[in-house]
Design a protein around this ligand. Structure first.
Ligand code: C5P
Length: 224
């Protein structure tokens, strides 16, 4: 079951505090983004990787591009959603398309397959895990409410869509100037059903410095 993937990698990684794109930081001796790219490069069902980059990182990505056969590079926007939209314009307008953050290097091929299958059936499917912690709504450091967590899921990427569904959702969001934190929220806005595919708690997004410790531990455990 073939699919294409858009990998937004054009962020600044401010919360990581490295002073440069966090995806170029080392994880187990290699830049984080290479761990992510390898998952898709080695998946025979992935036909094209649309890698969305910031122009400041062009020298790095030009250098590594020759090591990959599926990468097509485009430039990002100043919000993640605009970066993905730019990626979408470079995609083949058919089939299943995934969006996967460059900052999530631990996605399992088996989860990708289940997402592609679900998107083929339903049009939109996202990786997620049940919320483990107690969640409270807080305003000005005062608890307003304890939210019932039995129906809460923590959403990850990949998010998988029929191309036409993701395209309509992005076009509508552009028209309404709606900015979402993920693709599924745009798809929900156009009234399309979004299905959950249960993922793994170790499919973490590397966002803040302590995530690098967790990431090293995940790599060690997987290599054991
Ligand atoms: O900052 P955060 O980790 O939530 O960003 C998620 C992904 O989106 C990262 O891989 C980042 O490089 C990418 N991004 C982007 N364009 C932006 C902002 C973020 O491609 N303007």
């Amino acid at each position: 079951m073939n699919y294409q993937v858009i990998i937004p990698a054009a962020g600044s990684g401010k919360r990581m505090g490295a002073g440069y794109n966090k995806l170029l930081m080392n994880l187990a001796g290699r830049p984080i983004i290479l761990h992510t790219l390898d998952v898709f490069e080695t998946d025979p069902n992935c036909s094209r990787i649309i890698l969305v980059i910031h122009s400041a990182d062009e020298p790095f990505f030009t250098e590594i591009k020759s090591r990959y056969t599926k990468i097509y590079i485009v430039y990002g926007g100043n919000e993640r959603q605009y970066s993905v939209f730019n990626g979408l314009k470079a995609a083949e307008a058919e089939g299943i398309i995934l969006v996967h953050d460059g900052a999530r290097p631990f996605i399992r091929p088996e989860t990708i397959s289940r997402l592609v299958q679900s998107a083929r059936e339903c049009g939109a499917a996202i990786a997620a895990v049940p919320v483990k912690d107690t969640i409270k709504k807080v305003i000005d450091l005062e608890v307003i409410e304890t939210v019932d967590r039995s129906s809460l899921w923590q959403v990850q990427t990949p998010q998988a869509f029929r191309f036409s569904v993701l395209e309509s959702a992005h076009e509508q969001a552009q028209k309404e100037q709606y900015l979402g934190t993920d693709e599924a929220s745009l798809v929900e806005k156009i009234g399309h059903t979004v299905k959950i595919v249960e993922s793994d708690y170790d499919n973490i997004k590397l966002t803040t410095p302590e995530d690098l410790y967790f990431a090293e531990a995940i790599i060690k455990k997987r290599n054991r």
